[in-house]
Design a protein around this ligand. Structure first.
Ligand SMILES: NC(=O)c1ccc[n+]([C@@H]2O[C@H](COP(=O)([O-])OP(=O)(O)OC[C@H]3O[C@@H](n4cnc5c(N)ncnc54)[C@H](OP(=O)(O)O)[C@@H]3O)[C@@H](O)[C@H]2O)c1
Length: 246
């Protein structure tokens, strides 16, 4: 695990994965929109672990320049060993309220950017004959939430897309790992405008920490697992979904 590109690294699960990978000896290229947060995080990780940590302030919903990220990684590292497709935003609203702008914002951030960035690194991973594409999906891929139509759709599509990719790239030594967190205590809900609802609900007590999700994810990379569930009920949900044909 020599080098990793992590999207959505400025907070929550992406930030925790950055720490966990750096502690395992991985050099990092971190992406998100917030430059200040990325600068501080890079310095902190570099000082604590001695790893090389670069960052690019980048809006993944822009629909542009995904190859630029790969090129910067290749200019600074000898290889690209891990890509973590983590960046994602929530959307809460009834189907009737959804606008074209909402659709574009959610799908570019949560799905299209991951597809295009992955497409951009695959040729180099093929050359290296190794690599990990790690996708932070969600249990909503198996159990859609009411009023979260766009988000559910983006995660279900991610699930289908990266399962297909796994079959295509296995022969090149590239491993595709899908991670399915449940409720996790990050700024995700605040950004989706439902922080208060979550704070006051019983769910808050059952949330996982982003560090827990990160530890499970990095362990799965080491073990070359295909799928990561945080708890047995996540695994069960996925199995039932599969058995009933989705
Ligand atoms: N929290 C949960 O309960 C939960 C459950 C299942 C799955 N997930 C998934 O886990 C992933 C991480 O979410 P989180 O819970 O850690 O939430 P978070 O703390 O809000 O982190 C989201 C990250 O994505 C980045 N991001 C958002 N829009 C972006 C854009 N347009 N371009 C670049 N970066 C962008 C954010 O950074 P900037 O704001 O700096 O751009 C931030 O670093 C998401 O894919 C989410 O769907 C979360």
């Amino acid at each position: 695990m020599k080098t990793a590109i992590i999207t959505g690294a400025s907070s929550g699960i992406g930030r925790a994965i950055a720490w966990e990978l750096a502690r395992e000896g991985t050099d990092l290229l971190l992406l998100s929109r917030n430059e200040e947060k990325l600068r501080t995080l890079s310095k902190e990780i570099q000082t604590a672990t001695g790893r090389k940590v670069l960052y690019i302030p980048f809006d993944l919903s822009s629909g542009r320049n995904y190859d630029l990220i790969t090129n910067i990684a290749l200019e600074n590292f000898d290889s690209i060993d891990i890509l973590v497709n983590n960046a994602g935003i929530g959307y809460s609203g009834s189907i009737e309220e959804i606008t074209r702008e909402d659709i574009e914002r959610i799908f570019w951030t949560n799905l299209f950017s991951h597809i295009l960035l992955t497409r951009s690194v695959i040729p180099y991973m093929k050359q290296q004959e190794r690599g990990f594409i790690v996708n932070i999906i969600s249990l909503v891929a198996f159990k859609p939430m009411k009023y979260w139509g766009l988000y559910n759709a983006s995660k279900s599509a991610m699930e289908g897309y990266f399962k297909t990719l796994r079959q295509e790239v296995k022969k090149y030594g590239i491993h595709v790992i899908n991670v399915y967190p449940g409720w996790t205590d990050t700024s995700f809900f605040e950004n989706a405008g439902i922080e208060q609802k979550v704070k006051n609900s019983f769910i808050k007590r059952f949330m996982d920490s982003p560090e827990f999700v990160a530890r499970k994810t990095v362990k799965a990379i080491k073990k070359k697992k295909k799928a990561v569930y945080m708890h047995w009920w996540g695994w069960l949900l996925a199995k039932c979904h599969g058995l009933m044909g989705g």
